[in-house]
Design a binder for this molecule. Structure first.
Ligand code: ADP
Length: 462
């Protein structure tokens, strides 16, 4: 399971990090503590009266180191330490223990003594900062350097360092356990929300679009959960829209198809005769079906972003006149007069055929919703880099609560009126898509029994 791998990797990573950190701190602090304890021990013993002072006295009395051996031994015994005496040329002159004679000793001019020797535990390297005492001749030159070291009867562990090591061990163990628990907690904190998201994604994959996840974990994981929920909601909405669209299309096709079928069957059965009038009515029904299919195709293309827009500079007045001319017969039949603005012309960047289609759809709605004889006007004005084009009618208007929904597919305020005019509720959605494809926007204002204003923008050609 991939999330189990994530969790175990997190645990391993955090635990390793904690162990390395605590381990290195433990090693360094143990070494430092050992060193400090030994140094402290040496300093305390070296501070005892008579320790290395006698060695200095010897040199001052004799003017050389010859025969200093017994004095060194005695001073070492008195101090309870090993003593190493180097002359002015940093050569070993005397030592209280044979251990140091076999060792390789190197005293550097800065007073650091490097010791390399074989012990029971193996090859030991030591660096000792010193010396603890310098002996000077009368002229003030260094005649001898005295180093005092813990007794080297192979340096038995001091009881103080042993108990310190024990407490270091337990602290280290406790901290490591705590680190592992922390690692498990952190891994759970990260992996549980990820596991939940994975499970939700799997459920969604198998078709359950209602699934949502509880935001948990850090801010980023909670954000991911919110994003997932938003995506699930959008998919759910789209799926619902798709279902509604299929059922709406079926519903819209059924009515004209049933009319045509009934009419044809009754002619077949000899119940009616195929008069010119009946054939014309059948033709109307098929034209309505053709329009519906064309509209659906336009909408599908536009929604898929595959509508070809061949934008050219076009005079708005020319577009308005073409749309008005196409609508003239229908308007005249209803006693409606279409008026085009006579104000300053504007040149927009638009696909002529699609722009006329936008205006035709808006004019068709305006004409269809005029209650009595009257006037429908097309106006335009400049607003920044856009032309705002309006189709204004004095028709039945649209109730305020319906207004936000009229650009939805298959939405009709007055179904019987729309059906009578052959509308399937696709005119405005197509307008919206066509306007958007030109980079513009469309909106409507309306007042019941006063009329409606549909406005849209098209970019002005520079
Ligand atoms: P249809 O093809 O049915 O006209 P539309 O998408 O063009 O569909 O319009 C949706 C609905 O908006 C229409 O059914 C109608 O009720 C309402 N509508 C559109 N334009 C107007 C208008 N100018 N006046 C009143 N109602 C309108």
């Amino acid at each position: 399971m991939p999330s189990a791998t994530l969790r175990s990797r997190l645990i391993a990573m955090v635990a390793a990090l904690v162990a390395v950190m605590i381990g290195s701190v433990a090693v360094i602090s143990t070494r430092v503590a050992h060193y400090e304890i030994r140094k402290f021990d040496v300093e305390v013993r070296a501070g005892r009266p008579g320790a290395p002072v006698a060695i200095g006295d010897y040199y001052r009395a004799h003017g050389s180191w010859t025969g200093v051996g017994p004095v060194v031994d005695q001073a070492a015994r008195a101090a309870g330490l090993d003593i190493l005496l180097f002359d002015g040329q940093r050569r070993l002159v005397a030592t209280s223990s044979a251990v140091w004679r076999d060792a390789h000793l190197d005293l550097s001019p800065d007073g650091t003594l490097a010791i390399e020797r074989l012990t029971a535990a193996g090859n030991a390297h030591q660096l000792i900062r010193g010396p603890q005492m310098l002996v000077r001749d009368k002229a003030g030159n260094v005649a001898g350097s005295i180093f005092m070291l813990p007794l080297q009867s192979d340096a038995p562990e001091l009881p103080a360092t042993r108990s310190l090591d024990r407490s270091f061990f337990w602290t280290f163990l406790g901290a490591t356990l705590f680190g592992i628990l922390m690692a498990i907690a952190i891994a759970r904190w990260i992996s549980v929300p990820v596991e939940r998201l994975t499970a939700a994604a799997r459920r969604m994959e198998s078709g359950d679009l209602t699934v949502r996840v509880e935001p948990a974990g850090g801010a980023e994981l909670a954000e991911l959960a919110h994003g997932f929920n938003a995506m699930a909601a959008a998919l759910d909405r789209n799926e619902e829209q798709r279902r509604r669209m299929v059922s709406d299309v079926a519903h819209e096709l059924r009515a004209p198809l049933t009319n045509i079928r009934c009419e044809l069957e009754s002619m077949q059965d000899g119940l009616t005769t195929p008069t010119q009038e009946r054939i014309a009515s059948l033709h109307d029904e098929t034209m309505q079906l053709t329009r519906l299919v064309d509209d659906l195709q336009d909408l599908a293309l536009a929604e898929a972003g595959r509508l070809e827009i061949n934008a050219q500079p076009m005079a708005v007045s020319a577009l308005a006149r073409r749309a008005a001319a196409g609508m003239e017969t229908r308007a005249r039949d209803r006693g409606v007069n279409i008026q085009c603005d006579v104000s300053d012309d504007l040149v927009v960047l638009a696909d002529a055929r699609r722009a006329v289609q936008i205006l035709t759809n808006l004019l068709a709605n305006a004409v269809a919703h005029m209650e009595a004889q009257g006037e429908v006007r097309i106006t335009w004005e400049r607003s920044g880099g856009d032309a705002v084009i309006r189709v204004i009618d004095s028709g039945v208007g649209i109730p305020a609560d319906e207004l936000p929904r009229i650009f939805e597919r298959f939405y009709r305020v007055d179904v019987s009126r729309s059906r009578a005019t052959g509308g399937a509720g696709l005119g405005l959605p197509i307008v919206r898509q066509l306007v958007a494809a030109h980079g513009g926007r469309v909106w409507a204002e309306s007042e019941v029994r006063k009329g409606s204003v549909f406005s849209f923008t098209l970019p002005i050609s520079i």
